[in-house]
Design a protein around this ligand. Structure first.
Ligand code: AHR
Length: 338
């Protein structure tokens, strides 16, 4: 008897506990309806770098700049202990679409992507959104709806193009026949650098862009395209705007092969500010380089962790950049990291 009473009281306590109820009702209800117990959701534990899983879709390895960017991302992930799934798209948009779908299947916390081109992405960003995976653009954005990504970290390509034009004006006294080595067609830096460059030059009738062609941001194509420009226009070319250093270095080689002095007979301005550009400025073959910062790893993972924890981040995070000239290139080269 004693035992069964104890059992009954224990059963009652258990019932009360499981019903989340702290008090006995004063009167028993007339009809007992089945009730659903709603347990308040326990707050999601905050992620740390050590339990953050990030998928990153990189464009490829087309330039020294890109290599430095990849190293920065991989090194920072290793330093912080982030689980990074890194996929190299070898300059192919289809590979990047596949990478995003792989990251969705892997249920990563955040996706980072440097978009090879701006358009032609179909539904893939919506798919990531539907799966609840935030997207961060790093370096290059895609032309998608604002609600399909959380933030864009990278350079102001338009301003880089404007700065290249401002420098070119000074170098040429506002009189030049310019050839332009454009980056990857339809990529954000190619589109915006071209636009910014023209925006500044439009007020200067002496500054003529006599030819413009894509060198795909690679040295090999820069060399090839500059050779064809020289074949076509010969000594009438007085200036080159190379939308990255690698193409500029290819152009320098083509000009030397043609028997002219790069940096003297033909003024050259490029973009990126990689180590080899400094060496070229020291050698007198390059006149200026407009910085585009590839060391985005630290800022990227800081944003990724915030985003994974649902914290608000700015829609646009610009990198801080400069312009470099030959006069102090030797000193600055000592401190360059890429
Ligand atoms: O998106 C940044 C550009 O891509 C860099 O200027 C170029 O060198 C790289 O390949």
């Amino acid at each position: 008897m004693k035992i069964s009473k104890t059992l009954i009281s224990a059963g009652l306590v258990l019932l009360l506990i499981t019903q989340g109820c702290a008090r006995l009702p004063s009167k028993p209800p007339a009809t007992v309806l089945p009730t659903l117990t709603t347990v308040p959701p326990s707050p999601k534990p905050r992620k740390t770098y050590q339990d953050l899983v990030v998928g990153f879709s990189q464009i490829g390895a087309e330039s020294e700049w890109r290599t430095a960017d990849t190293i920065s991302i991989k090194q920072e992930a290793a330093r912080l202990g982030v689980d990074l799934i890194f996929m190299d798209a070898q300059q192919e948009q289809d590979n990047q679409i596949l990478a995003i779908r792989t990251f969705i299947a892997e249920k990563v916390d955040v996706i980072g992507i440097s978009a090879v081109v701006e358009t032609g992405w179909g539904d893939v960003f919506q798919e990531a959104k539907a799966a609840g995976i935030p997207i961060i653009f790093v370096d290059r954005p895609a032309d998608v709806a604002p609600d399909e990504y959380v933030t864009y970290l990278g350079s102001d390509f338009l301003e880089e193009g404007r700065n290249a034009a401002r420098v070119m004006l000074g170098l040429t006294g506002a009189q030049a026949n310019i050839v332009e080595l454009v980056g990857t067609i339809d990529s954000a830096p190619a589109v915006d650098r071209s636009r910014g460059f023209r925006e500044i030059l439009q007020g200067f009738p002496g500054m003529k862009i006599i030819d413009s062609e894509s060198g795909d941001f690679t040295r090999a194509r820069g060399l090839e395209v500059m050779r064809s420009f020289l074949q076509k226009h010969g000594k009438s070319i007085t200036a080159v705007f190379a939308q990255n250093d690698d193409m500029g270095l290819g152009a320098i080689q083509a000009i030397q092969e043609y028997g002219l002095k790069p940096g003297v007979d033909i003024k050259i301005v490029s973009v990126d500010a990689e180590k080899e550009a400094f060496e070229a400025m020291i050698a007198g073959t390059l006149n200026a380089t407009v910085e585009c910062n590839p060391l985005l790893g630290p800022q990227f993972f800081e944003l990724a962790l915030k985003v994974a924890n649902g914290e608000a981040v700015p829609k646009r995070v610009p990198s801080i950049e400069s312009i470099f000239f030959p006069y102090n290139a030797a000193t600055i080269l000592l401190t360059r990291k890429y």
